[in-house]
Design a protein around this ligand. Sequence first.
Ligand code: ARG
Length: 459
Amino acid sequence: MKLWGGRFSKNTDQLMDDFNSSIHFDSRMYRQDIIGSAAHVRMLGHCGIIPAADAELIRKTLFEILEDIENGKVEFETSAEDIHMNIETLLIARIGDVGKRLHTGRSRNDQVALDIRMYLKDETQTIKGMLKALLEILVNMAEEHYETIMPGYTHLQRAQPITFAHHLMAYFQMFRRDIERLDDAYKRMNIMPLGSGALAGTTYPLDREMVAKELGFSAITENSLDAVSDRDFVIELASCLSMIMMHLSRFSEEIILWCSSEFSFIELDDAYSTGSSIMPQKKNPDVAELVRGKAGRVYGSLMSLLTLMKGLPLAYNKDMQEDKEAIFNAVDTVKLCLPIFTRMLETMRVKKSHMYNAARGGFTNATDIADYLVKKGIPFRDSHEIIGRMVAYCIEKGKNIDEMSLDEFHTFSDKIDKDVYEAISLETCVNERKVPGGPSIESVKASVRSGREYLKGIQ
Ligand code: ARG
């Protein structure tokens, strides 16, 4: 007999049970469901809504059930539909009629809203911790590479020299924003919905604040209809997770390019690479490729959730049960990707000389020679034109600008002296860019310092 079986004269069909049941995916919220129920029942006892002794027994038994679940002693039943009714069924099986008092002043609609908030609060903190670990690796690596010169790109064409530290710290900024976004989403997750009932609250004099306090919520929801039908916080989290995956995916794309022979900027550690079953020479960046690929499934979750919610009238609708697999999959995927990506990054070998040579080879100092002429009194547009011709000459001769003799330089401008070699060295090009946020050693050191400060403040 179903917990809601009173008005029905026959059992549900097996097909119906299988279709309707969510236990195979919502059982993972067992802990939140039990802790939420324990807080609810304590409040019921405290407010005199049920006898205090009953409340105590229910609470005690709920924690016993929790322990049994954790020790693998409990089997959930499809016929009990979802985690909420499975736990309640177990409770009633153990303590009979007393257990039937637990659901007083509560509906599964506010209960599921509570559980999913609690579950996602925990997961958000876990993911934040993983992002923090990644940020720590990024600043550690940046400190090793203040002087590792590499080409910076626009249009994937070599543009101007930067350092590997500068490049790494760009990702630091992205993942830092991801943490800030999670913090912001967390604020709206952290509101307690219990007491909203099915949709219209309850006539029992519940102390909602007491429950919120016990469960560590910062406030209670202010509208019962909204509280049971709001999944904005799920969508917001999915959006934060999509952004994290987008960042990981861009980084992955660069790693994949960098370990190709064409770039050859890095080599991945054997422990985080794979071989080919047919081509003996292959060493493939599977981690980065899988991370890039998995971004798709997280975006998919976000799209599913937005679409799921767009046509729902107030308040609760069963469609909303579909929110769980989508957000769980997104959460699982991000939790799978972040740690392995971090390990792959910290174990990879950086080929400094290859990076340096690539920066030397691509005329990445062309802007600086133009600026050199500007400092000698030539208007920028004219100097741009002169250097353009110089580059064309070098391409024809197959040399770099800094390989030209002074005589060759003079065929382009008599303003060029031998100090040009110093002025256009890659080291000068990088380190004269002292502007805050720029690639010079001192600018990047400042950004690492501020990054470390930020990391200290994260809780
Ligand atoms: N399993 C349901 C869900 O995930 C719980 C709420 C069910 N409420 C109801 N009125 N049928 O949404």
